[in-house]
Design a protein around this ligand. Structure first.
Ligand code: HEM
Ligand code: HEM
Length: 232
């Protein structure tokens, strides 16, 4: 028996987030691709923002009440991982923690990135130190990468040790192996999903209007160095 666990919006979100994160992370290292980096970075931020709302208004399994993050669940999950694994139709306890951290870290990574494009490194009139924001942005981006690696290792472990649950296939088809009722979307949830996948692309487009700041003073340093050499 199969149970529809992930509705279409959750799967579309997942694959857009995957593409958005990969592109933003890789483009972060290319100074000549700043605008495209901003675009993918904002796409990630807004996709996550809407996913957070979906966590409160969405269907079973995608709803935050179905994220078993409590300590007793974690202990139970770890103790029985190999011997007597329970089938989790939604996220298992380990995955739930990683998912919530991805949402949190991804959102703040996008936000710190946006602050870097503002004139005074500010948000809602609160100014931040430029170097600190750069440092925090980089730390968040690398934490995001670590979480993605943990997520992929989790999916591999689940596939190897709990293959019967059909988790890997579920993020493509929506179905896991189970006997529960299929999830379904209400009209309101469907309408929300349409907005969810339009707004992030509007910000993707608007990102190209954000100012790209000149980075590094390598040339200036070089000129100063030359002057110093002549003075000697
Ligand atoms: C940048 C790369 C990726 C990111 C940021 C990411 C993030 C996420 C997130 C946030 C969820 C939760 C979805 C939700 O509740 O809305 C999820 C679920 C899932 N992802 Fe990924 N993912 C990535 C790549 C992949 C890849 C490459 C695969 C496998 C081919 C994969 C397989 C899965 C599976 C199987 C689930 C469902 C897990 C479960 O049943 O608990 N992910 N992913
Ligand atoms: C969650 C999505 C994002 C990821 C994963 C990400 C990742 C990165 C990475 C890996 C770097 C290179 C860090 C370094 O080695 O110096 C970087 C730099 C940068 N990012 Fe992002 N970024 C994201 C979102 C954004 C957004 C939305 C903006 C702006 C709208 C932005 C603006 C910048 C800027 C200005 C830099 C250069 C910082 C510097 O000069 O050190 N980022 N980002």
């Amino acid at each position: 028996m199969k149970t529809l666990t992930w509705t279409l919006p959750t799967r579309i979100f997942h694959w857009l987030l995957t593409i958005g994160f990969a592109a933003a992370y890789i483009l972060g290292d290319f100074e000549d691709q700043r605008s495209l980096h901003y675009a993918f970075g904002l796409l990630v931020g807004f996709l996550i923002l809407f996913r957070l709302v979906f966590g409160f208004i969405g269907p079973r399994y995608s709803h935050f009440r179905d994220f078993p993050v409590g300590l007793s669940h974690q202990i139970d999950f770890a103790k029985n991982f190999f011997s007597n694994p329970k089938t989790w139709l939604g996220h298992n306890p380990g995955a739930s923690v990683v998912m919530l951290l991805i949402f949190l870290v991804g959102l703040f990574c996008s936000l710190t990135g946006y602050i870097l494009t503002t004139e005074n490194y500010s948000l809602f009139s609160v100014s931040f130190n430029e170097d600190t924001v750069k440092e925090v942005h980089e730390i968040l981006a690398n934490s995001f990468l670590i979480l993605v690696i943990a997520h992929l290792l989790g999916v591999i472990a689940d596939t190897v040790f709990h293959g019967k649950s059909g988790t890997l296939a579920s993020i493509f088809t929506g179905y896991k192996n189970g006997t529960e009722e299929n999830v379904y979307l209400t009209g309101f949830q469907k309408a929300f999903a349409v907005v969810w996948f339009i707004v992030p692309f509007i910000f993707f487009y608007l990102a190209f209007d954000l100012p790209v700041k000149e980075e590094g003073n390598d040339d200036k340093d070089g000129i100063e160095q030359e002057h110093e050499d002549h003075d000697d």
